[in-house]
Design a protein around this ligand. Structure first.
Ligand code: LLP
Length: 437
């Protein structure tokens, strides 16, 4: 996994740092990010576009993991940034991310969020629906300010990781339906506005996708419509954004393509389609989240209690769980893990890794082969870099873990561990609440 290796003490090492030292110094649970791997992934995407000779923007979907330091890494790597809320936008601004490379997504941006985006003159807004289009037009006109937008369309292709559902009109809360006239009406409405400049279209078909078929089908449908719109009212897009969703390998069962292959196959198809038309080739934008940070993250936990259910199973409980990684409980997501203090030792038994939350569904890994382990051992769960911290919560009033970036033998604390004091910071004691009224 990434730059994970085993050092001469026989410990798991990430980014040149001993994970046992990380656990001792920063405590557990601890999210550890291998920054070199994030950089490598970012450069891989950019290089592939360069090789193909296509002007592109690779926007990091910051919902996968947003923090000031992470946004700064994205900035250092020359990525663009996809934000989906005022909070993610605020984080980007605090990180001094180049505003013209921020793209604002979401199916229900509030007037305040749109105002914030206009105030800071961010690069573009991905408009999701008619009500947002009117709201944005009203705000721009009141401010006498222009904005560039993409229209998010729903091409009627939904990727369910391995297969695709093709529907005439996809039942989705996102985007303008491409094929029933909605997208065309939206485009016409936007083109009529003095304040809105339509850069092009956006679509996102799903997440953790292992093949390029879905992307290619979506691109074909969209480009088909673009050809019609060019013929009927001379619309020439300057951007085609094909979203994110490139899969990664969590366990041996997962068979993603290398990131460069997704880009090569999809962009080659897009190029062919445009070559076959009177349209100029637009810039191609993508929005990877998981495939930039997923396998760069590892969570370190300390093993605590154990419970044997005779003849059935042994539970080993760790000091985190669904509060720092809700994906197993929410999606039945699978992970691999090793003992960080003796990763090379032969597995002797099969155990199931339980979290510490008061909920039977709080199981991180079922049936994991491990050497004999018990209280005090450190468990490293791999591939927790995407949608781990970003979906973490304080269920059972468990403080969120710290986040550490490791690179070239150095460890840096980039998000502090929450304290009990942090947990109650917004609580108003009853008497104070009564007095405040
Ligand atoms: N662009 C848009 C418009 C999206 O909705 C998403 C993800 C992405 C880009 C980035 O997708 P990625 O490359 O990371 O697959 N919480 C779920 C994943 C939700 C994805 C939501 N949208 C999980 O933990 O698997």
């Amino acid at each position: 996994y990434g730059t994970a290796s085993v050092n001469n003490k026989g410990h798991l090492e990430i980014g040149g740092v001993d994970t046992m030292e990380l656990a001792a110094h920063f405590g557990t649970p601890l999210y550890v990010y291998d920054v070199e791997l994030i950089r490598k992934r970012a450069r891989g995407f950019k290089k592939t576009f360069e090789k193909l000779g296509v002007t592109a923007q690779v926007a990091y979907a910051s919902k996968a993991f947003s923090s000031i330091a992470m946004v700064q890494v994205a900035k250092e790597e020359g990525l663009s940034l996809d934000v989906v809320s005022g909070g993610e936008l605020y984080t980007a601004l605090k990180a001094e991310f180049p505003k013209d490379r921020i793209h604002f997504h979401g199916n229900n941006k509030s007037a305040e969020e749109l105002e914030m985006a206009l105030e800071h003159e961010i690069g573009c807004i991905v408009v999701d629906n008619f009500s947002e289009l009117s709201l944005l037009e009203g705000l721009c006109s009141a401010r006498r300010q222009k904005i560039q937008i993409l229209l998010r369309v729903t091409p009627g292709i939904e990727a369910h990781t391995h297969d695709y559902i093709l529907t005439g009109q996809e039942d989705s809360k996102f985007g303008f339906d491409l094929l029933n006239g909605q997208a065309e009406r939206a485009l016409n409405q936007a083109l009529e506005s003095d304040w809105i400049e339509v850069l092009g279209l956006h679509c996102h078909i799903g997440s953790q996708i292992f093949e390029t078929t879905g992307f290619i089908l979506a691109a074909r449908k969209i480009i088909g419509q673009l050809k019609n719109w060019h013929a009927s009212f001379d619309f020439q897009p300057s951007v085609l954004n094909l979203g994110g969703g490139f899969g990664i390998r969590y366990t041996e069962e997962d068979t993603p393509l290398p990131a460069s292959v997704y880009v090569e196959e999809i962009v080659t198809e897009v190029k062919n389609q445009f070559d076959d038309s009177n349209l100029d080739m637009p810039e191609v934008w993508i929005e990877p989240g998981r495939s930039l940070v997923g396998d760069a993250g590892t969570t370190l936990y300390k093993v605590g209690s154990e419970k044997e259910v005779p003849d059935i199973r042994k539970y080993l409980a760790v000091d985190g769980g669904m509060s720092d990684n809700i994906r197993p409980a929410l999606y039945d997501a699978k992970y691999e893990a090793v003992l960080a203090n003796r990763p090379l030792e032969k597995p002797e038994e099969t155990v199931s890794i339980a979290g510490k939350c008061c909920e039977s569904g709080d199981m991180l890994i079922w049936d994991l082969p491990l050497p004999k382990a018990g209280r005090g051992d450190i468990l490293a769960v791999f591939c927790t870099g995407a949608y781990g911290y970003s979906m973490s919560n304080n269920y059972n009033r468990i403080p969120r873990p710290a986040v550490v970036f490791v690179e070239k033998g150095e460890a840096r604390l980039v998000i502090k561990r929450e304290t009990y004091e942090d947990l109650i910071q917004f609580d108003v004691p009853l008497q104070e609440a009564i007095n405040n009224k």
